[in-house]
Design a protein around this ligand. Structure first.
Ligand SMILES: O[C@@H]1[C@@H](O)[C@H](O[C@@H]2CO[C@@H](O[C@@H]3CO[C@@H](O)[C@H](O)[C@H]3O)[C@H](O)[C@H]2O)OC[C@H]1O
Length: 477
């Protein structure tokens, strides 16, 4: 039977013949939406692109980033991914690939180049893709991955930004409407609408826009506040959204350095991990709706930073991951772990420390670690003594009742201060320093550096990959 577009049968995703298809795989973070901890730069993608162009010129800078995009995911990656038995890859992308802020409403001539390429590379191996708008105009959440450069999610305050994202989806849906290897569209990653009233209004609009062009592909809707909260979803509105799956992101605090206790898998800890998942999916369960866990996964210790504690930490993180995967097996839900490839913090494969890129940035990366400049999995031990008095200053001057600024309590009062001051403010000062590493380089050298990201120059995180393989098609319901 010819391949056909995936659809829903009740809460299950099925193929054209009605056979269940359990979509399990990873997200390819840091690629069509570059991220600081994934590729090693400070701040935001748009900042480093601008800074590199300033240092080596527009042409060479464009060349470097194109080469980076080319090498980051090739046929070798697709084949390796397939060899693990994973069947779906979530592809986060930045709207800037398609539209120039200075020329809105016009698809760039090469807009679909990279997305088409990965969809085809994966299709050739029988891997589905889920297209995820990770970065929308104006910033739809306050974190670095929305590539906005500030922490206020302006997307929700400007209809103009919302219109542009709807228009982009119209174009994408029209482009891929017949592609059977696309499992579906994930219209917005981790929205953070502080009013909790605008998100579903926008979802309703984008639903109509996508469906006008493409009546069939599945839609994967992230909950509000980093895909954790569905309290603002109205079930009557959602009944209208045919072919819809609801996406939580199930990160556990135990998987990160800021966790006050190491995960040992005690009964109490396992119960907490379960509770955290159940809280995120409660609304879907109450309404008998399909669930997708679009992101989860711990970060890992690195010997160069964590020394002798490395193995112990990683054993604990892997055991957390296994316990999470057991829950998803019990629940029979599809998932997409974060993330496929990086420079060595979370990826299933990571760039070899002996490559040109890693050698060039060795000291810089050490400084990034020491200053805890990236928000993701920050280890604050080297800077805590500096931020403690700052946090005390804020606490002394902000009454308790005024401390709960959105997205509180996900961003705690203290976290907000360090997050904004380091991840945005300090990072801004380090952007040019990153770009200066490329000063004086020619095309050949830039190409060699970008090649560091090739699959052949990466190390496989075998323990992680083995665990994913063990769970790729287990379901107990
Ligand atoms: O691009 C990804 C991005 O999508 C993702 O964002 C973070 C997800 O987690 C958020 O914090 C969690 C909120 O829920 C709590 O229960 C968890 O304990 C928190 O970890 C965080 O603010 C987002 O930035 O993650 C990594 C990026 O690379």
């Amino acid at each position: 039977m010819a391949q056909s577009i995936l659809k829903l049968n009740g809460t299950q995703i099925v193929d054209g013949a009605g056979n269940p298809v359990l979509l399990r795989g990873a997200g390819i973070g840091g690629w069509m939406n570059m991220e600081n901890f994934i590729t090693g730069y400070p701040g935001r993608e748009y900042q480093i692109r601008e800074a590199l162009a300033e240092v080596i010129g527009e042409e060479k800078s464009q060349f470097f980033f194109d080469k980076f995009l080319e090498y980051f995911f090739t046929e070798s990656d697709a084949k390796f991914y397939k060899s693990l038995g994973l069947n779906c890859i979530r592809v986060p992308f930045n709207y800037r690939h398609f539209e120039d802020d200075m020329n809105p409403g016009v698809i760039k001539p090469d807009g679909f180049k990279w997305l088409d390429r990965i969809v085809d590379l994966c299709a050739a191996e029988g891997i589905y893709t889920i297209l995820d708008l990770h970065t929308a105009p104006g910033g739809h959440n306050g974190d670095w991955h929305s590539d906005a450069g500030h922490h206020i999610a302006e997307f929700w305050r400007h209809k103009h930004f919302q219109d542009r994202a709807v228009w982009l989806w119209e174009n994408i849906a029209a482009h891929y409407k017949d592609n059977v290897w696309i499992a579906g569209y994930n219209p917005l990653n981790e929205p953070c609408d502080p009013t909790k009233t605008r998100l579903t209004v926008w979802y309703d609009r984008v639903y109509d826009a996508i469906r006008a062009a493409d009546p069939d592909h599945l839609l994967f809707w992230d909950g509000n506040t980093f895909a954790s909260d569905f309290s603002c979803f109205n079930i009557e509105t959602c009944k209208r959204w045919t072919g819809s799956v609801y996406a939580c992101h199930d990160y556990s605090n135990f998987g990160f350095p800021l966790s006050p206790e190491q995960y040992t898998g005690s009964e109490a800890q396992r119960a907490r991990v379960r509770r955290s998942y159940e809280k995120k999916v409660a609304w879907m369960k109450e309404n008998n709706l399909p669930i997708w866990n679009g992101e989860f996964g711990p970060v890992y210790a690195r010997r160069q930073y964590d020394g002798d504690a490395t193995d112990g930490i990683n054993t604990s993180r892997i055991s957390l991951l296994k316990d999470q995967l057991d829950i998803y097996d019990d629940e029979n839900i599809p998932w997409s772990i974060w993330t496929y490839k990086d420079i060595g913090y979370q990826g299933m494969v990571y760039v070899n420390p002996e490559t040109k890129y890693m050698k060039l940035f060795r000291n810089f990366l050490e400084k990034k670690f020491r200053t805890a400049i990236d928000a993701w999995g920050a280890d604050e031990s080297h800077v805590k003594h500096i931020w403690d008095p700052l946090e005390k200053f804020f606490a002394d001057n902000v009454e308790e009742k005024y401390r709960g600024l959105y997205p509180h309590p996900v961003w705690k009062f203290e976290n907000r201060i360090s997050r904004i001051s380091r991840n945005i403010l300090l990072a801004e000062y380090m952007v040019k320093e990153w770009a200066d590493h490329f000063d004086g380089m020619g095309f050949e050298e830039l190409d060699e550096i970008a090649q560091s990201f090739r699959f052949e120059n990466c190390i496989q995180r075998e323990e992680l990959n083995k665990v994913l393989q063990d769970h790729r098609d287990v379901h107990r319901k």
